[in-house]
Design a protein around this ligand. Structure first.
Ligand SMILES: NC(=O)c1ccc[n+]([C@@H]2O[C@H](COP(=O)([O-])OP(=O)(O)OC[C@H]3O[C@@H](n4cnc5c(N)ncnc54)[C@H](OP(=O)(O)O)[C@@H]3O)[C@@H](O)[C@H]2O)c1
Length: 252
């Protein structure tokens, strides 16, 4: 896939799936603005990415409208426009419903759902001009219920259906699609869902067994699916929610 001189913003590009996506777009010839929560997290990512002026720091708290708009504005000012928006910033914590408080609920909705919406809104003017496209990051937990992560499921279910509504409202100018990964080997999974468990190796084995293909995905595998949806080859694909989960959601 050729992304020569395409102008890309990746929210949550400082780590994990977003970092792999920023790397893959740069390898394919794009200009990439990398967002993360803080200047510090983005500058660490920039050091790892290298590539001189092809990559630009676009920090901003995606849980806030101001942060979403700042990230988009930085990318647009640096590149003179925008062709592709990848909404990858996200959080995911699990615990039983009784222990899930208002603050945790709000932060899931603010980063995963509200942030995705307002980053899209901020990018519309430029994406209309470029006939660009948006790839949102949902989850297979947005396609089906998963116990223990109810707020995460609610936020990602919102992302999946919002993607479909946006695809209809923004056609024919802007394509909007969504990737729905299963477990992916990133900080989110290692830190929050394996290392904190009483028996981490059992928790990891549970994630491997969750997918009929019997493994955890790499961030690069998700990045390549994102690139397909963002590419010219996917020019008739819009409103899709593509599971990349080793068939975990196929029978549900
Ligand atoms: N890993 C999985 O198994 C999995 C499965 C399905 C879907 N997903 C989704 O994939 C996306 C990426 O997840 P990941 O696994 O790569 O997570 P990760 O390794 O924990 O990275 C999360 C990224 O999101 C950024 N972020 C979080 N809150 C933010 C905020 N308020 N403002 C700006 N950036 C923020 C982080 O920035 P900082 O570096 O500044 O903190 C970081 O770049 C998320 O939407 C997640 O829900 C992940």
């Amino acid at each position: 896939m050729d992304f020569t001189d395409k102008r890309v913003l990746v929210t949550g590009g400082s780590r994990g799936i977003g970092f792999a996506t920023a790397t893959a777009f740069l390898d394919a010839g794009a200009w990439v603005a990398v967002n993360g929560r803080t200047e510090g997290s983005v500058s660490t990512a920039m050091d790892r990415l290298g590539r001189g002026d092809r990559v630009v720091a676009a920090p901003g708290d995606i849980a806030t409208v101001v942060g979403c708009e700042a990230a988009v504005q930085t990318a647009v000012e640096a590149f003179g426009g925008l062709d592709i928006l990848v909404n990858c910033a996200g959080i995911g914590s699990g615990r039983p419903i009784e222990l899930f408080d208002e603050e945790m609920w709000d932060v899931h909705m603010d980063v995963n759902l509200k942030g995705t919406f307002f980053t899209c809104r901020a990018a519309l003017l430029e994406l209309r001009k470029s006939k660009g496209n948006i790839v949102n990051i949902g989850s297979d937990a947005g396609l089906m219920g998963v116990p223990g992560i109810v707020a995460y499921c609610a936020s990602k279910g919102g992302v999946v259906n919002m993607t479909k509504a946006m695809a209809l409202e923004l056609a024919p100018d802007i394509r909007v699609n969504c990737i729905c990964p299963g477990y992916v080997d990133t900080d989110m999974i290692r830190r929050d869902h394996i290392d904190k468990k009483p028996d981490p190796s059992k928790a990891e084995q549970g994630m491997i067994d969750y997918a009929p293909l019997k493994r955890i995905a790499t961030p690069e595998e998700i990045a390549h699916a994102i690139m397909y949806l963002a590419s010219h080859e996917a020019r008739f694909v819009s409103g899709a929610a593509l599971p990349i989960d080793g068939a975990a959601s196929a029978g549900r």
